[in-house]
Design a binder for this molecule. Structure first.
Ligand code: NAD
Ligand code: DAU
Length: 354
């Protein structure tokens, strides 16, 4: 059995769903169910004994220690985090608590558990930490893409907290011999993406007749990867990654934000045209830029491709079309996650543009 943390969030729930569809190995899913965690993502696993959900905090040493002792997982995969850059700018505290203190306590519980395993179980055990390309900072237009040896230069409270957690994971390998693996991935998109992030927010706002808010000049570049491809990379690193190593994960899909939103508008114009016959592009609105906004991310995933033979299955064009289709087909999911506290966030962050 494996223990997944944060498995009710966007990437974690996609990972758990894919895992249960492809493996005969059970999953314990530990998630605090913050605003970003949603058991509806996992509804298809209701009644499936291979999925055991536990509501709790990765920072709760006693709970994690109990789960490890009871279920004896052969791997821990750590997705749990506060993940939204804009929220980290409004209030960094939760990011420090979960991403740094929480990861530290999780590592402590895993270290104690690992110390008590027999030699065979020790040899098989893995702690896989899911991290981000944002720890490497921002690239200039012509800089080469980030490799695993790039310096850490985080610029937001979110990326700084993820960088700190990556350093702790590294230290637990070098100091205590914990068999760790770290993945640093680019921007994901796909089903169950919470509509505070650019792609699902713009799909949701477009259909609701609201502004599509573009920060600054919209020429910031992100490197997009379909979420299922991120999940397949994590499975491959878990299976064959070298202990203590870091693997960058990315889809070679650099796009300027404005181009991404133009693509979304074009697909929506085709699949769900506006009643007035005009393009959704009319709803694009330029708003104040994000403070400290990183200009460009780009991932060089050569190491993962060469050493472990991983390749993404989707191009941006195929993945984005599937994603728009998923949101059109799952309007109830969107309705449920955009009620209540979500509206408070929009009002606080976008003001009258919400
Ligand atoms: P998300 O915000 O959608 O989900 C995070 C999940 O973690 C939620 O289910 C939440 O309830 C849970 N959680 C939060 N605090 C917790 C705590 N203290 N204890 C237990 N559970 C807790 O995030 P995501 O986009 O799915 O990202 C998952 C991981 O992947 C994060 O570590 C993130 O840094 C990393 N990552 C994300 C992206 C991306 O594009 N979304 C890209 C690269 C890496
Ligand atoms: O690069 C990986 C990271 O990608 C992950 O580590 C983070 O968890 C994940 O949230 C994501 O971070 P970004 O800040 O890149 O994602 P977001 O969707 O918030 O923004 C994408 C780009 O779009 C970014 O340049 C900011 C811009 N943007 C975003 C929003 C929400 C807008 O222009 N308007 C918006 O309303």
């Amino acid at each position: 059995m494996i223990l997944v943390t944060g498995g009710a969030g966007f990437i974690g729930s996609n990972f758990v769903l894919d895992w249960c569809a492809q493996h005969n190995e059970s999953v314990i899913n530990l998630d605090a169910l913050t605003y970003a965690g949603n058991l509806e993502n996992l509804a298809t696993l209701d009644g499936n004994p291979a999925h055991v959900f536990v509501r709790g905090d990765i920072g709760d040493f006693g709970l994690v220690a109990r789960l490890l002792a009871e279920h004896k997982p052969r791997a821990v995969i750590n997705f749990a985090a506060e993940s939204h850059v804009d929220r980290s700018i409004h209030g960094p505290e939760d990011f420090i608590q979960t991403n740094i203190v929480g990861t530290f306590r999780l590592l402590e519980a895993v270290r104690a558990y690992f110390g008590g395993l027999n030699e065979t179980d020790k040899a098989a055990f893995r702690f896989l930490h899911v991290s981000t390309d944002e720890v490497y900072g921002s690239l200039a237009k012509d800089d080469p893409a980030f490799t695993e040896t790039n310096r850490y230069e985080p610029n937001s409270p979110y990326s700084a907290s993820k960088a700190a957690s990556d350093h702790l994971v590294r230290a637990y390998h070098h100091t205590y011999g914990l068999p760790v693996l770290t993945t640093n991935c680019s921007n994901n998109y796909g089903p169950y993406h919470f509509p505070e992030k650019l792609i699902p927010l713009c799909i949701h706002n477009a259909l609701a007749g609201k502004p599509l808010p573009i920060y600054g000049d919209g020429q910031q570049i992100r490197d997009w990867l379909y979420v299922k491809d991120h999940c397949s990379a994590i499975r491959r690193v878990l299976e064959a990654g070298r202990l203590g190593e870091v693997y960058n994960v990315g889809g070679w899909n650099e796009k300027a934000n404005l181009d991404v939103v133009h693509t979304l508008c074009a697909i929506l114009d085709e699949l769900s045209p506006r009643a007035d016959g005009k393009s959704y592009r009319e709803q694009i609105t330029f708003v104040t830029d994000r403070p400290g906004h990183d200009r460009r991310y780009a991932i060089d995933a050569t190491k993962l491709e060469r050493e472990l033979g991983w390749k993404p299955a989707e191009t941006f064009e195929t993945g984005i079309r599937k994603t728009v289709r998923w949101y059109l087909d799952n309007q109830d999911w969107v309705k449920n996650v955009t009620s209540g506290a979500y509206r408070d966030w929009l009002g606080k962050h976008y003001g009258e543009c919400a």
